[in-house]
Write a new protein. Sequence first.
Lengths: 535, 99
Amino acid sequence: MKIDIQSANFKRSAFTAALFFVLGIGIAIASFFIFDAKSLPASRVVNISADIFCMILAFVLYICCVLDTQWHGDNLNYFLLMIFTDFTAAITDEFAWLLDGIPKYSTWNMLINTLYYITTPFLAFLFWRYVCSYLNIERTKTRKWDILFFSGLCLAVVMRLTNMFFGFYFSIDDLGFYQRNSLYPISLIYAYVVMLLTLILVILARKRFQRHQVIALFAYALAPLFVGVLTIFTYGLSLSSPIIMMVFLLMYCVLNVVQGKEKVVAENELKMASAIQENMLPRIFPPYPEREEFDLYASMQAAKEVGGDFYDFFLVDDDHLALIIADVSGKGVPAALFMMVTKALIKNQTLADCHSSADICVKINEQLSQNNVLDMFVTAWVGVLTISTGELICSNAGHEYPVIKKAGGKFEIIKDKHAPPLGAMSGIKYKETTYTLSAGDVMYLYTDGVPEATNRENELFGAERMLEALNSASSDDPKTIDTHIKESIEQFVNGRSQFDDITMLCIKYNGKNGSKKQNGSEGETGTVATTKKEE
Amino acid sequence: MLNIEKRITDTKAVFALEGRLDTVTSPDLENALKASIEKITDLELDLGKLEYISSAGLRVLLSAHKTMNKQGSMKVTNVNSAISEIFEVTGFSDILTIE
């Protein structure tokens, strides 16, 4: 379960919880006067005041946690439940002291004390889950322990309920006074065992914590233990709930606030990286409004803040347009770093050497292969279009097959010659393919994020659906095609989160004279000449 | 999910892979290979039961291939049609020794 601070559901439950807190505190303070607490012994007044203080602290802490936007998920849920449980412990403790020694309330006294007793094992169990979720341990790994502890919790609750009839842990005597009985220490076993095992987990995972965080977690387990040991022998003081609440405050500060701070810093850096990367790609469309010979549109949608895909296009000279689409192996920051280097290299190389895409690939491959300790590589499709003739020289370095639609025809996958990706290994020879685009032809380039978009049933979007979507677009306009494919993918994945970067580049060639209304009838039809060049 | 079955005899090792070799599972293979190929001169990757391989998986194969080039040889065997197509498209068929 994930808490979304914006969702109506969350707002409702937060509001209900806040109301519960305020009501609880109100009742607690009111009953302090109703039961004429002034006549009580001083130790009890201290105790009751501490309980009320604890409840107010719980409320404040709860508000802090809810408003902390950096913190969500299971870890927060367990922490909130812990606050609730301790709040319940405090309010029952207060009433237990108020009702103590009044014979007519002895049944209530029993019920309230039982509820108080039930909170202890709950606090221990929640602490275990809180630590597990803080450490992000997979549920499957802790499953056996979860089951064991949960069964123990159920047993502890049942024992406490049974105690109402047999009074082995505690009982209320005829005068209405609460008193501990011989088996009282047994009631603490469950909580102590769970606490102890959780602390062992903390010790085992100590490298993941800072020293003061370990101290806070130990304080949670040891402070009430210390108080508990003291109160085994002294009657009249039970300060564990307020003390636990103080430790909660400490835990919140040293564990979760620190974690939130680290997250914010990391997130800000990623946002900046993301902005830098986005602005590396040409993003103004149409890019060359004065050029009537072609229409072009491209987009990159990263799965994470930064991605490893990129597209690029630029005019090498008046008559040559370079087109590039590429996909770096892997995702996230490492892929993004590699992508930035590759993009710059390809552009520089193409500007210097625009007439052979194979030469460009060979040189880029040599440069990327040097000192490539992580064996990263880039699948790339590099093409140079001679605008006046429609001749497109291109090389495919392990990239997805391009899709071409001849004017008036349908989109079809062109299985061109493949060579290994750039950076995979030095000494690779790249091949070159030449297409001749006629007026009205459309070429669509993409990365594997398109065919490998996955829906909730684990089905892939696939090349078939991609072709179908391309052919069902309402026009040949590259921007329309781009939008249509994105919509089709979105419809297909049906809400499943995007796993890989999705990048597309689409170009429509309008012929030398550049009339956009022209259709294919004028140019040569369907000529795909292929020449291979071996280095 | 990825299951890796290792069979090592002296300097020969066979790694049989089953399942998906993707971003999530490829570190497992990378670590398994790192841990045991130091003294191996003859490495075989049996991909008979591999369903899918992503670019992250290809990177691990490439790494292993480069390491093995220095100390012996590596081959991939039992490549099924789905994986074979990926090797074709990505040009890895030109790099790896596929049997």
